[in-house]
Design a binder for this molecule. Structure first.
Ligand code: SF4
Length: 390
């Protein structure tokens, strides 16, 4: 039996409850219990034998698993590993994170991007300490009520840490399940997603939900990859309808992407004779919310001239010397493609700006800054080492 049969049977046979999204698909259990077990065993054995050696797979500590799941959102595994270790060295447990200052948390997150994740993680840690005594809640609804935790993260943490029978479904797992069932169309369409979710719940190995979820994720990340699935190496190829139909590489159907919004920002690295610079903290909801950054201005053309006028208007800076371009950089945040045009601006005296800070350019990394700001600072330091400041 292939999994199309499973999918077809899901729509009319499942019901949810808010606590565990449990599926009752009696027809499936009667249709293929032995095959389903075999399918589960194959995937679990493959995972046990060849899983990647990742630091968060060595623990059942819900705090550490939760942290890894949040860091892995929209971020590659290779990029996460060093941040994960450094973050844990500074905040080894949930109370340590909950009691930290937001600025210290953002600083450890700096460079990883999507900073709302760090702020929500911190808020959730405080809430867990206040309402659950510092232990990650075991209940699905309690986990879901925490900032930054959606169904996927709640299911991942509770299944891996506590063995709760909850199947995960994100884009990665949905792609695998859709290929197994040769599902066409937009996977994110609510009715399709509901069926995929129901199927994921039905496929779940209830005696090993944590390993099962990680095995499906691993399959999606290493074998059943988005562009060219390696069906020849797939442990569950025998059950895959897309492979049988020869359409594995065509699924899932590509969906219309949101058009990227392109903006260009000119950034001013103001530098006084002592080597000090000026940074401002981005407000809530801004591009680099909560992080310190150089004054920026959205520009349309001739960045240097516009920036010069802006500095005069906003900071009253009139005696601005030559503005040295530091090389443009690109930065993508979800659907926004930002082109950064930084300029080194030498000033006799930094302006006084409420709420701003004036650290040494070389000590800027002591503050929570984005990867983009760090790159600009490095370019400015490199420029100054070649060309004397004043
Ligand atoms: Fe994915 Fe191919 Fe395995 Fe099917 S057989 S699950 S398409 S890797």
């Amino acid at each position: 039996m292939d999994l199309r049969t499973v999918l077809d049977s899901v729509g009319s046979h499942f019901c949810w409850n808010s606590r565990y999204a449990t599926i009752h698909a009696v027809s499936l259990i009667h249709l293929a219990p032995r095959e389903l077990r075999k399918f589960q065993r194959k995937l679990l054995a493959w995972f046990a034998a060849g899983q990647r050696d990742l630091p968060w797979r060595k623990t059942k500590d819900p705090y550490r698993i939760w942290l890894s799941e949040i860091m892995l959102q929209q971020t590659r595994v290779a990029a996460v590993v060093p941040y994960y270790s450094k973050f844990l060295a500074r905040f080894p447990n949930l109370p340590a994170l909950a009691r930290a200052r937001t600025e210290a948390v953002l600083q450890r997150w700096a460079g990883l991007g999507y900073y709302s994740r760090a702020r929500n993680l911190h808020r959730a840690a405080k809430e867990i300490l206040a309402r659950h005594g510092g232990g990650f809640p075991r209940g699905y609804d309690a986990a879901l009520s925490l900032p930054g935790i959606g169904r996927y993260t709640a299911a991942a943490v509770l299944s891996i840490a506590y063995g709760e029978p909850l199947a995960v479904l994100d884009g990665n797992v949905a792609r695998v399940v859709a290929r197994l069932g040769a599902v066409r169309g937009n996977l994110r369409a609510p009715s399709t997603w509901k069926k995929l979710d129901g199927t994921a719940q039905m496929l779940l190995a209830r005696d090993a939900p944590g390993d099962w979820n990680q095995a499906l994720m691993e399959l999606g990340a290493t074998v059943c990859t988005p562009k060219s699935p390696c069906c020849a190496e797939c442990p569950v190829a025998a059950w895959c309808r897309a492979r049988k139909l020869g359409i594995a590489g065509q699924l899932p159907d590509s969906r219309a992407k949101r058009k990227p919004v392109r903006i260009t920002l000119a950034a001013a690295v103001l530098l006084d004779p002592r080597g000090k610079t000026l940074v401002i903290r981005d407000g809530e909801g801004a591009l680099f919310s909560g992080l310190w950054q150089f004054p920026v201005l959205e520009i349309t053309a001739n960045g240097a001239a516009q920036l010069r006028r802006h500095l005069k208007k906003i900071f009253g800076l009139t005696a601005v010397g030559q503005m040295m371009p530091l090389g443009a950089a690109r930065h993508t945040v979800t659907f926004r493609e930002v082109r950064l045009e930084p300029y080194l601006v030498r000033v006799a005296k930094l302006p006084r700006v409420q709420g701003a800070r004036t650290p040494s350019l070389t000590r800027l990394a002591d503050l929570p800054i984005s990867g983009a700001t760090r790159k600009i600072a490095d370019a400015a330091i490199s420029f100054c080492s070649r060309v004397p400041i004043h």
